[in-house]
Write a new protein. Structure first.
Length: 131
């Protein structure tokens, strides 16, 4: 019997093929309802395109592009229990899993806001937009 294994890291899907039998195990991205995945992608993109804003994680400021890469990576590695965009904000994008410290955003005028509030406000806007 031939055993073939393939791994698709971006989608986080592992597939084992035993002859004609296929066994798969997916990551959070595969388990999310499509609308929620779209919302999460839009939230990360919203961070990524900000001009003059910094993402503050564990006391260090990062560019918005770096923050978006970080959030995508954290979602890929830790998003198994994320079932909605709200879960994403709460479990992935609002505090450090290592230190427990909340993430913030710093605007160009110096104001700071918790990232959970920043992303929560954007999620409300997305939910209110016509479908």
């Amino acid at each position: 019997m031939m055993l073939r294994r393939s791994l698709m890291t971006r989608a986080g899907i592992c597939v084992l093929s035993l002859g004609g039998l296929v066994i798969g195990a997916g990551s959070s991205a595969a388990a999310l309802p499509p609308l929620e995945q779209v919302r999460i992608d839009k939230l990360i993109r919203h961070v990524e395109v900000q001009k003059g804003m910094k993402f503050v994680r564990n006391g260090t400021e990062y560019s918005c592009e770096e923050a978006a890469r970080f959030l995508r990576g954290k979602m890929d590695s830790m998003g198994a229990e994320v079932t909605s965009a709200r879960d994403f904000i709460e479990r992935i994008a609002s505090k450090s899993s290592m230190s427990g410290k909340p993430y913030h955003v710093r605007f160009s005028d110096g104001r700071m806001m918790p990232s959970a509030q920043f992303l929560g406000d954007e999620l409300k806007r997305l939910e209110a937009a016509p479908a």
